[in-house]
Write a protein of this length. Structure first.
Length: 586
């Protein structure tokens, strides 16, 4: 007799198809069995296929070559080639492609199948499943567009500009060329916004973008930096021309045309407006050798231009470098590394819907005897440059483990997270080093979250995947920080062992003034949900931002609205008192 509550095993063995078919045909995926012939003949497909593509189960059986014809023309050759290669190599089939439904709607499909072999080892048929991933693809495409473009003007944004700048610099270094960066700010724009409203300001920005297109050369890249600021990239400039203008002359010529077209009156509604543009110019290799310094120098020159009077341009001149100050900072930082003059502060991470504290992010501070506590942004880049970031990172992990042990002894158990810099991520045997410290303090690895920035992850995606995979396999969770500010992560994201996406604080900050930022946040939260990840918002400072995030389904968040980073003892006092209050309320 079968055990009570369990199905009759004799019944299942007598008619296995009748027994298992209802189960197979209720799962969200679409199981199928296909032949290995040229037409990819369908032997079996779940009737759910009709809900997705409109073709009946019977049509898939009788209409030879239906799958091939339904393939999007741009995907057909690749999908068939992968099929043939998988058969030849005797490997699984893994692909994503587009199919047209009976009604002509395009559907994105993820297809995964394995070959089944006969007794002689010859392939008999494919056994796999199809999944409709159209909504996920739409979310990816929306995030990709917003990550690269300014929604108001349609211009590339700063993220795309920086990517193209790095490519232009690499090309210039190989071929002995020059690169120019122009930083442009509209003079008097704030007055337009304040007097006529944001709608008029938006219209003015769109018209300004069109004028920039008309004033620049065909190969020049124009981007909106943000607000009323724009960037221009002049690539592939001949550094030593035999006949023609040199790079500085080209840049000055473009700056002159830009300032001239901006002097013409703008008409917004029925109002005629006059604004001008102040421009700063920086050149590679004349003024800087990397993208960040080129942008910084062009920004500095733009402000110099603005101070000299609106509507002109200034070429960067380095008058601000204080070698003695930098040398002093390097000396003090090296001594701080030797004496471990660090302290960790922790910023609480909350459940946005309930207000319940879920964990804390560890943030390192430099205890400088001459200047109090120095935030990481002021010394981490120099620590990277000096090659001492590994020592600081090792101290952070050890101190985090020590503090967590104290909290657990006090009865406080929570998730803790810490940041890995780019250089730390490439340390040899990183997973072993981290786990050795954690195991020594008995922290459950599953309560530890490792944060890396999106740009760091995308520097070398294959290597990142391997290293993060090692950490993830040991039980640690991975958070992708500053998400949305990078560029090419979407194509790789699903292959990285990422558990959380942290929405960059710049988008949160602009929620009340920028629909672009609001759209970006919606898209990131939706993308996180579609990929089974948690979304975390950072930099929450207002109740309005908090409400918006809750409405979008963002689960976790942190920011000054809830708490500033605080010492470990203060975290314990706050969290334990909250737990006591909750218990008393019950």
């Amino acid at each position: 007799m079968p055990e009570e509550g369990l199905p009759n095993r004799d019944l299942a063995s007598e008619d296995p198809e009748a027994f298992w078919r209802p189960l197979v045909e209720q799962i969200p995926a679409i199981p199928y069995v296909d032949g290995v012939d040229d037409l990819v003949t369908t032997y079996y497909i779940s009737p759910q296929i009709e809900n997705v593509l409109g073709y009946t189960q019977e049509e898939w059986y009788t209409d030879e070559g239906l799958w091939i014809r339904a393939l999007h023309p741009d995907d057909r050759e690749r999908a068939l080639r992968l099929n043939e290669e998988a058969i030849a190599d005797r490997t699984p089939y893994r692909s994503e492609y587009r199919l047209y439904s009976r009604a002509g709607r395009m559907v994105w499909i993820r297809d995964e199948a394995d070959l089944v072999y006969d007794a002689n080892g010859e392939p008999m048929y494919w056994r796999g499943f199809l999944v409709d991933v159209t909504e996920q693809k739409k979310a990816e495409e929306q995030v990709a567009f917003l990550a690269y473009h300014d929604a108001l003007t349609g211009l590339p944004n700063r993220a795309m500009f920086k990517e193209f700048l790095e490519v232009a610099l690499a090309r210039a270094k190989r071929h002995g060329q020059a690169v120019g960066v122009l930083f442009l700010d509209l003079d008097g724009f704030k007055l337009v916004n304040d007097s006529l409203g944001h709608g008029a300001g938006d219209e003015l920005l769109c018209q300004a973008a069109e004028r920039l297109r008309s004033a620049t050369r065909e190969p020049d890249l124009i981007a909106r930096q943000g607000g009323d600021e724009f960037l221009l990239l002049l690539a592939d400039l001949d550094r030593d021309p035999i006949d023609g203008p040199d790079p500085l002359q080209v840049a000055e010529s473009v700056a002159t045309r830009v300032t001239e077209v901006m002097r013409e009156p703008f008409v917004v509604g029925e109002t005629e407006l006059y604004v001008s543009a102040s421009v700063g110019i920086s050149l590679y290799p004349r003024d800087a050798t990397d993208g960040e310094d080129l942008l910084k120098n062009a920004d500095t020159a733009m402000y110099q231009s603005k101070n000299g009077g609106p509507g002109g341009y200034v070429v960067f001149a380095d008058t601000s470098t204080d070698a003695l100050t930098k040398l002093s900072l390097r000396t003090r930082l090296r001594k701080a590394v030797e004496e471990e003059r660090w302290v960790l502060h922790y910023q609480p991470i909350l459940d946005l819907a309930t207000g319940e504290a879920r964990g804390a992010e560890a943030l390192v501070r430099w205890r400088d005897p001459n200047g109090g506590l120095i935030p990481p942004g002021e010394f981490i880049p120099l620590a990277e440059e000096m090659g001492v970031i590994e020592a600081i990172g090792d101290w952070v992990i050890s101190e985090l483990a020590r503090q967590d042990a104290i909290w657990r002894a006090q009865g406080l158990e929570m998730e803790v997270s810490f940041n890995l810099s780019p250089r730390q991520l490439w340390q040899p045997h990183l997973a072993e080093r981290v786990l050795e410290v954690l195991e020594g303090s008995s922290i459950p690895p599953e309560t530890v979250i490792v944060e890396i920035t999106e740009s760091t992850a995308m520097t070398d995606p294959d290597r990142t995947k391997r290293i993060l995979g090692e950490l993830h396999m040991r039980g640690l969770r991975i958070a992708l920080d500053d998400f949305g500010t990078g560029h090419s992560s979407l194509g790789r994201l699903k292959h990285l062992p990422v558990d959380m996406l942290k929405v960059d604080r710049s988008f949160i900050h602009d929620l009340s003034v920028s629909e672009d930022a609001a759209s970006m946040v919606r898209a990131i939260v939706q993308l996180a949900h579609s990929m089974g990840m948690q979304a975390i918002a950072e930099g929450i400072e207002t109740a309005e931002q908090h409400r918006f995030l809750v409405e979008q389904g963002c689960g976790l968040g942190q920011g000054f609205l809830f708490a500033r980073p605080m010492p470990g003892n203060d975290i314990a006092a706050r969290f334990l008192s909250e737990e006591s209050g909750t218990a008393a309320a019950r």
